[in-house]
Design a protein around this ligand. Structure first.
Ligand SMILES: Cc1cc2nc3c(=O)[nH]c(=O)nc-3n(C[C@H](O)[C@H](O)[C@H](O)COP(=O)(O)O)c2cc1C
Length: 168
């Protein structure tokens, strides 16, 4: 199913019917090249999802949302440490949680640590999605970086489709 149009968190179906869309918020951190922010901005243009930077989290009314998507670049093999720190400060029991990340080179699934915390603490883990993001960290700057031109349009669309499936 593809999300065509929506209003008030209901999707309009071609036969005129309406179905509920989950109320979703993306909490994100993006400090290297704003790669993750590029993905998040694209999603927020395409889908009815609230986006919030981790530093603005105090304004969040968590009870308004069914689904929380945690999004970040990967720094030293994990999502930004502030994401897990924030998660530990709230009650996630029975919330649906998905993970989205951008990374320079994915030689393993970087979301495992947060996934374990989510599952161990009674939330419903709904999956992860990722793409590569331009990376000039450390010695990589000397070779002009890796994953140049990422996230690209293909990356943006792949992740958008995944997030769309999560909210429908
Ligand atoms: C301090 C630092 C550490 C990083 N560590 C990793 C890593 O362990 N694995 C990886 O694939 N990419 C790593 N990267 C690359 C970033 O994950 C990648 O560029 C990502 O797209 C950055 O997202 P952002 O621009 O939203 O911050 C690192 C980047 C920085 C700045």
């Amino acid at each position: 199913m593809t999300l065509t149009s929506w209003y008030n968190n209901k999707q309009h179906l071609h036969d005129g019917g309406l179905i509920d869309i989950k109320k979703a918020v993306i909490i994100y951190e993006s400090i290297h090249h704003k790669n993750t922010e590029k993905v998040i901005n694209y999603i927020s243009e395409q889908l009815p999802i609230k986006i919030l930077k981790l530093q603005d989290i105090k304004t969040l009314e968590l009870k308004e949302f069914d689904l929380i998507i945690l999004a970040s670049g990967i720094y030293y093999n994990r999502l930004h440490a502030g994401i897990l720190k924030w998660l530990k400060s709230i009650n996630i029991k029975d919330k649906e949680i998905g993970i989205l990340y951008t990374c320079g080179f994915r030689y393993k699934d970087y979301s495992k640590k947060i996934r374990k915390y989510v599952i161990d603490n009674g939330a419903k883990y709904i999956g992860n999605c990722w793409c590569r993001g331009y990376d000039t960290y450390g010695f990589l700057s000397k070779i002009g970086g890796i994953a140049k031109n990422h996230p690209n349009n293909q990356n943006l669309n792949k992740i958008k489709k995944q997030v769309e499936n999560w909210i429908l």
